[in-house]
Design a protein around this ligand. Structure first.
Ligand code: Z5A
Length: 213
C-alpha cells in the first residue's frame, strides 16, 4: 500500500518571504527523492483561481463584505482540497502549500475580526481530517513585509488595507503559532540565507527519517 504523503504549509504576511521559502523547501524535498505538488491559496485549480481574482481585485462599485471574503476563501479551499491536495496525499506525494487554512484564521479572524465560531464551523466542514503535518510560519513586522511587497509594484485589494489590519493579522498568527505544536515560527526579518538555513533545520527535525521516498 502507498504510504500517504506529507502536507507542508508556508504561512506569513505579504513580503515575509514565502516564495523564497517554497523554493528552498521544494529543493530540499527533491533531494530526498519525494514527489512534490506545490499549491497556492486562494487558487490552485481553474475555479479556485477565478475566486482568487475575485478576492484580490479592487472593485470601486461594490465592496466585498468580510463574510463574503471568508466564504470565497473556503470555497476556493474546498476545490483545492478535493481536486489536488487529497488526491496527491493519497498517491503518496508530498504537498507544499503557499498559504492554507491558517491564513483565514489570521486574516479573516484577526484582521477582519470575524466570529471565531463561524470560522471554526467552516474549518471542520471543509478540512475534515486533512490537516498539515508541518506549518512554517514566517514572522515579519507588517511594516517591513509591506515595504518589501510594495517594492514589487501595484498593491491588490487586501494589500491596500491599513497597517492596523496587518498588525491584528500578525497578532492572530502569533497567537495560533504559540499554541499549536505542528506550527514552527521563524524570524523572517533575518537575512535570507539565515532564514533558509532555519527552514532546512526545521524540516530535518520534523521529518527525521520520513522523507525517504
Ligand atoms: N488571504 C486571506 O486573506 N485569507 C486566506 O485564507 C488566504 C489568503 C489563503 C493572497 O495574496 C492574499 O490573500 C494575501 C492574503 C489573503 N493578501 N494579502 N495582503 P498573494 O498570494 O498574492 O500574496 P502573498 O501570499 O501575500 O505573497 P507575497 O506578497 O508574494 O509574499 P511572499 O511570497 O511572502 O514574499 P516573497 O515574494 O517571497 O518576498 C517578497 C520580497 O522580499 C522579494 O523581493 C524577496 O526577494 C524579498 N525577501 C524575501 N525574504 C527576504 C529576507 N529574508 N530579507 C530581505 N528580503 C527578503
Amino acid at each position: 500500500m502507498t504510504k500517504p504523503g506529507k502536507f507542508i504549509v508556508v504561512e506569513g504576511l505579504e513580503g515575509a518571504g514565502k516564495s523564497s521559502a517554497i523554493a528552498t523547501i521544494r529543493q530540499w524535498l527533491q533531494q530526498q527523492n519525494v514527489q512534490v505538488v506545490c499549491t497556492r491559496e486562494p487558487g490552485g485549480t481553474p475555479l479556485a483561481e477565478k475566486l482568487r481574482n475575485l478576492v484580490k481585485q479592487v472593485d470601486n462599485d461594490e465592496q466585498l463584505a468580510p463574510q463574503t471574503e471568508l466564504l470565497l476563501m473556503y470555497a476556493a479551499r474546498v476545490q483545492l482540497l478535493t481536486n489536488v491536495i487529497r488526491p496527491a496525499l493519497n498517491r503518496g506525494d508530498w504537498v507544499l502549500a503557499d498559504r492554507h487554512d491558517m491564513s483565514s484564521r489570521a486574516y479573516q479572524g484577526g484582521g477582519r475580526q470575524l466570529d471565531e465560531q463561524l470560522i471554526n464551523n467552516l474549518r471542520s466542514t471543509v478540512l475534515g481530517n486533512t490537516r498539515p503535518d508541518l506549518t512554517l510560519y514566517l514572522d515579519i513586522d507588517p511594516a517591513v513585509g509591506l515595504s518589501r511587497a510594495a517594492a514589487r509594484g501595484e498593491l491588490d485589494r487586501i494589500e491596500q488595507e491599513q497597517l492596523a489590519f496587518f498588525v491584528r493579522t500578525r497578532q492572530k498568527y502569533l497567537q495560533i503559532a504559540a499554541t499549536e505544536p505542528d506550527i514552527v515560527s521563524l524570524d523572517a526579518s533575518q537575512p535570507l540565507e539565515i532564514v533558509q538555513q532555519n527552514i532546512i533545520n526545521a524540516l530535518q527535525q520534523h521529518f527525521k527519517g520520513q522523507a525517504d521516498g
